[in-house]
Ligand binder design. Structure first.
Ligand code: HEC
Ligand code: HEC
Length: 175
C-alpha cells in the first residue's frame, strides 16, 4: 500500500494524526505518520558523513548530552578519526539535537530515557538500558557471529536500517 492510502487509513482510524502531522520536526519524511517507533529522517550531511562507516544511527536513541560529547570528540571516534569541517559538524549536531531522545520529537526518545539515569551521556546506543532490553531475545551467541560482528552493526539484522527502517517485519538475524 502506498503512503497516501495508508495515511488516509490512519486518519480515518484515529483522526488524531492530523494534529501530529503539523508538529513533526523538520527533516521527518512525509508519510511517516507516527506508526513507526523511529521516524525516517533525511539530512544530507548526516547521512553522508555519519553513514559512511556504519549506518547513520537514529538520533532519538541518545540524548542531546550524548550527541554533544560524541560530536566534540570526532578526532578520536572509537579508534577512528572522523573529524569534520566545523560548519558541517555544527550543522549535524543541530540536526542530532533536534531529533534527540530528549527533544520530545518522537516515541522512541521516551522509551530510551525511561531506562537511563538522569544526566547520563553514554556514547553508545548499544550500551543503553533501552537497547539491552529491546534486544533481550537475541541469543547471546548471535552477537559474536562473523555475519554480525558487533552490536553496532544494526544493518546485519535490520535489513533496511540504511533506509531508516527498524520495524520488526524487516528484522532477520543472520546465520
Ligand atoms: C571513519 C569511520 C566513521 C565515521 C565517519 C563515523 N563513525 Fe561512528 N563509529 C565508527 C566506529 C568504528 C564505531 C564503533 C563500531 C563498533 O563498535 O562496532 C562507531 C560507533 C559509533 C556510535 C556508537 C554505536 C553503538 O555502539 O551504539 C555512534 C553513536 C556513532 N558512531 C555516531 C557517529 C556519528 C554521529 C558520525 C557522524 C558525525 C559517525 N559516527 C561517523 C566509525 C565511524
Ligand atoms: C543480532 C541482530 C540485531 C542487531 C545487530 C541489532 N538489532 Fe535491533 N532488533 C533485533 C531483534 C531480533 C529485535 C526484536 C524484534 C522483535 O521484537 O520481534 C530488534 C528490535 C529493535 C528495535 C525495535 C523495533 C520495534 O519496532 O519495536 C529497534 C528500534 C532496534 N532494534 C534498533 C537497533 C539499532 C539502532 C541497532 C544498532 C545500533 C540494532 N537494533 C542492532 C536484532 C538486532
Amino acid at each position: 500500500m502506498n503512503y497516501l492510502l495508508r495515511g488516509i487509513g490512519v486518519l480515518a482510524a484515529t483522526g488524531t494524526v492530523v494534529a501530529l502531522a503539523f508538529t513533526l520536526p523538520p527533516g521527518v519524511a512525509r508519510g511517516d505518520g507516527g506508526e513507526n517507533l523511529l521516524p525516517r529522517l533525511s539530512h544530507k550531511a548526516w547521512q553522508e558523513e555519519c553513514g559512511s562507516c556504519h549506518v547513520a544511527y537514529p538520533p532519538s536513541l541518545l540524548p542531546k548530552a550524548s550527541w554533544r560529547k560524541l560530536m566534540g570528540g570526532l578526532d578520536q571516534h572509537f579508534g577512528e578519526n572522523a573529524s569534520l569541517d566545523p560548519a558541517v559538524q555544527a550543522d549535524i549536531l543541530r540536526f542530532l539535537e533536534t531529533h534527540s531522545a530528549d527533544s520530545g520529537a518522537g516515541r522512541a526518545g521516551g522509551k530510551v530515557l525511561r531506562r537511563m539515569e538522569k544526566n547520563a551521556a553514554p556514547l553508545r546506543i548499544t550500551e543503553t538500558g533501552w537497547f539491552v532490553h529491546e534486544h533481550d531475545e537475541v541469543p547471546r551467541a548471535a552477537w559474536s557471529r562473523k555475519s554480525v560482528g558487533s552490536k553496532a552493526n544494526c544493518s546485519a539484522c535490520h535489513r533496511q536500517a540504511e533506509q531508516g527502517n527498524y520495524n520488526e517485519d524487516a528484522v532477520r538475524i543472520p546465520k
